[in-house]
Design a protein around this ligand. Structure first.
Ligand code: SAM
Length: 286
């Protein structure tokens, strides 16, 4: 309707788009790495976009953040040291720090402006940033991982933007090999792996291949809804270093000592059940 303003993310290569009706634009910051904008939407609270792509909204970010953090942490036997690569909005960090056995969590995002804007517009996601176990660093995750001491981390969570621009290197076999080196035995890696419907035969399939090529023993994709990302359906893919990632500490997940809005042991189990088309997309050519 005339006079109404919408944020529309055009997903050109697939001929689709997603929109949110806007009240107003609040910020536009062009950094060395990307173009970050904050919008006030009519029904989803605040919206952060990077280079025109939806990153987080106030209303639905719990779906993504809970599923990036809890499945990996309940898969590891005893996650004490955790690293988040990307994740500058701090929502994944907040979920990680809900686990009492976590002793230290590092968040390494390339762009400090993402975190500055998250503090201002998504303070609820930043509420664990002052936890003494948290350390926020601002540098390239590919370089950080390359320089990190071997066998020093239990869980690595790659909460990155799409595989273009600064995040491109976070999807490669070379980066996964560095992650594997940095993990202790029993370690778990998880990377956001885009849409099961739109990227099953491309990004998800090559992620499994790259993780195996990097030496990981087991891999597992989990899927869950994220209405504001292309196709409304999203995924993450886990890899284990001498660890099975298709099973998890189900009892502990059921008795978790914190509140969640999407994650439960049953949702975790359900997220690992792959529909045939996705299974076929992942395993084609093997
Ligand atoms: N949930 C989001 C999604 O799937 O669209 C991701 C959100 S999070 C804000 C993505 C973060 O990855 C951004 O803050 C960006 O700065 C960061 N990032 C991109 N490339 C990076 C790299 N090479 N090293 C560290 N952080 C990176």
């Amino acid at each position: 309707m005339s006079g109404e303003k919408w944020f529309i993310e055009h997903f050109e290569s697939e001929g689709t788009a997603f929109g949110l009706r806007l009240n107003r634009k609040l910020e536009a910051k062009r950094t060395k790495y990307q173009h970050i904008e904050i919008w006030e939407t009519e029904t989803f609270g605040y919206l952060m976009t990077i280079d025109g792509c939806t990153m987080v909204t106030s209303r639905d970010n719990f779906l993504y953040h809970e599923m990036m953090a809890h499945p990996a942490l309940f898969t590891h036997e005893r996650p004490a040291n955790v690293v988040i690569i990307g994740g500058g909005d701090c929502g994944t960090l907040r979920e990680v720090l809900r686990h009492p056995e976590v002793e230290k969590a590092w968040q390494i995002d390339i762009d400090e402006m993402v975190t500055k804007l998250a503090h201002k517009y998504f303070p609820e996601l930043c509420e664990a940033n002052d936890d003494p176990r948290a350390e926020l660093l601002f540098s390239d995750g590919v370089e950080w991982m390359h320089e990190r001491e071997a066998g020093s981390i239990d869980v690595i969570i790659v909460d990155s933007t799409d595989p273009t621009g600064p995040a491109e290197g976070l999807f490669t076999a070379e980066f996964f090999a560095d992650c594997r080196r940095v993990l202790r035995d029993g370690g778990v890696l998880v990377q956001q792996s885009e849409s099961p419907l739109l990227h099953g035969e491309t990004i998800i399939r090559s992620m499994h291949r790259n993780m195996k090529e990097a030496g990981f023993d087991t891999t597992q994709t989990l899927h869950f809804p994220v209405p504001v990302y292309p196709s409304g359906w999203w995924s993450c893919t886990m890899a284990g270093k001498s660890a099975e990632v298709n099973r998890f500490r189900e009892d502990d997940a059921g008795k978790r000592p914190f509140h969640t809005r999407y994650y439960t042991a049953d949702m975790h189990q359900a997220a690992m059940q792959l529909p045939p088309f996705l299974e076929e997309a992942i395993t084609a050519g093997e």
